[in-house]
Write a protein that binds this ligand. Structure first.
Ligand SMILES: Cc1cc2nc3c(=O)[nH]c(=O)nc-3n(C[C@H](O)[C@H](O)[C@H](O)COP(=O)(O)OP(=O)(O)OC[C@H]3O[C@@H](n4cnc5c(N)ncnc54)[C@H](O)[C@@H]3O)c2cc1C
Length: 352
């Protein structure tokens, strides 16, 4: 008997497993590599919405929890996943520049926005208007973190690299049995894979495909990230990640020619040096119709939970929402109604 089965080892499932491990609970994780949103993510731990210069929902608390958890993982695994990153916003109009100035007067956002505007960040990144510096941003190397944590889980016998087959789940008075494994609870963290989950597919998960191109640009010599109509940031060896795209129609996992074309066009407007596209990556963001996460227990099956719906900012959300969900299950703490899936139960759940 294990305390928990966790389905999915993206950011959501890995933050949950890490918390279970630290609290001495027994668990088994399943992952079949069918989704990659966490691994292809840009990795920005950014509380500021750079379109509007406002703070994301609950950002201060989430940032604190995120640093706590990822630093803890770094110590546990003796590896480094977080690094500070200089981030600049290239303004596209005087109006945008003025909005930045107004935002620096807001005491909630001002700690993250440098009021001093600068005219140039790099000679190969021309700007008709100036640049604003976003303060206190770190980048999480999500692929390295998730691969390292999976290796740790594997070594301890806590990971099965296989598909969780929903039809093999049965229910008892005190929990569930998956194949021959009895467990007290199951938490489903399949990202966009939730669409195949017969217990939770009633939830309004939309999915939004995002792609990055990786370019080689030896003449650029850029050490910071710049946000314009796309983000560009250095990934080492004269290479830069450029993205991401947003598509609500294409839900395939493979990189597309149209995204590459879009990103190349936007990049040409951002830098004035030669570059070559060396790689392209894609993932489906598990976005929701109200842009809020999907966390909580199944309306009928007592021992089934989900921690999903991180369409954006999963890096900030997963550490705090994994804590909230476990407090809900273990200590019956109420969930924030904004994230609780019960907001959809009445309208969306229909028992067959
Ligand atoms: C291009 C792009 C850029 C992004 N940039 C950022 C960023 O800079 N900052 C940020 O905070 N967020 C970013 N995001 C969003 C972020 O990636 C997501 O919020 C987050 O990664 C979602 O994590 P998840 O664990 O819920 O889902 P996923 O990462 O999709 O993980 C789900 C896991 O479940 C597994 N799985 C699914 N079904 C099954 C099954 N039946 N059996 C076994 N395993 C299964 C999959 O293999 C996968 O490993 C970005 C997303 C994309 C696509």
């Amino acid at each position: 008997m294990v305390d928990y089965l966790i389905v999915g080892a993206g950011l959501s499932g890995s933050c949950l497993s890490y918390r279970l491990e630290k609290s001495g609970k027994s668990f088994l994780v399943f992952d079949d590599g069918s989704q990659e949103a966490s691994k292809v993510a840009g990795g920005f731990m950014n509380p500021v919405i750079l379109k509007r210069f406002t703070l994301a929902w609950n950002a201060d608390r989430q940032l604190e929890k995120a640093y706590d958890l990822y630093r803890g993982m770094e110590r546990s695994l003796n590896k480094s996943f977080l690094s500070p990153l200089e981030v600049y916003r290239r303004f596209s109009s005087v109006e945008e520049q003025n909005n930045w100035f107004s935002a620096t007067d807001n005491p909630r956002v001002s700690p993250y926005l440098d009021p001093k505007i600068i005219s140039s960040v790099n000679e190969h990144v021309p700007g008709r208007f100036s640049f604003g510096r976003v303060l206190g941003i770190s980048r999480l190397n999500t692929r390295y973190l998730l691969d390292s944590y999976a290796e740790h889980l594997q070594k301890n016998g806590w990971l099965r690299q296989e598909r969780f087959e929903y039809e093999h789940l049965s229910f008892t008075d005190h929990g569930v049995v998956y194949k021959d494994i009895p467990a007290k609870n199951v938490i489903f963290c399949e990202g966009f894979g939730l669409k195949d989950n017969p217990f939770f597919q009633y939830l309004p998960l939309k999915g939004n495909k995002g792609e990055y191109i990786i370019i080689k640009a030896p003449g650029l010599d850029l050490n910071a990230a710049i946000k314009s109509s796309v983000f560009i940031f250095p990934v080492g060896d004269d290479q830069y990640a450029v993205g991401a795209t947003y598509s609500n129609t294409d839900k395939s996992r493979s990189p597309s020619a149209s995204a590459k074309e879009e990103l190349v066009e936007k990049l040409k407007d951002l830098i004035d040096v030669k570059f070559e596209v060396v790689h392209q990556i894609a993932g489906i963001r598990p976005s929701t119709i109200d842009r809020k996460p999907l966390v909580g227990g199944h309306p009928v099956y007592d021992h089934l939970y989900t921690c999903n719906g991180f369409g954006s900012r999963g890096i900030l959300l997963a550490p705090s929402l994994s804590e909230e969900l476990l407090a809900h299950i273990e200590e019956q703490q109420p969930l924030d109604p904004m994230i609780d899936i019960s907001r959809f139960t009445k309208k969306w759940y229909k028992e067959n």
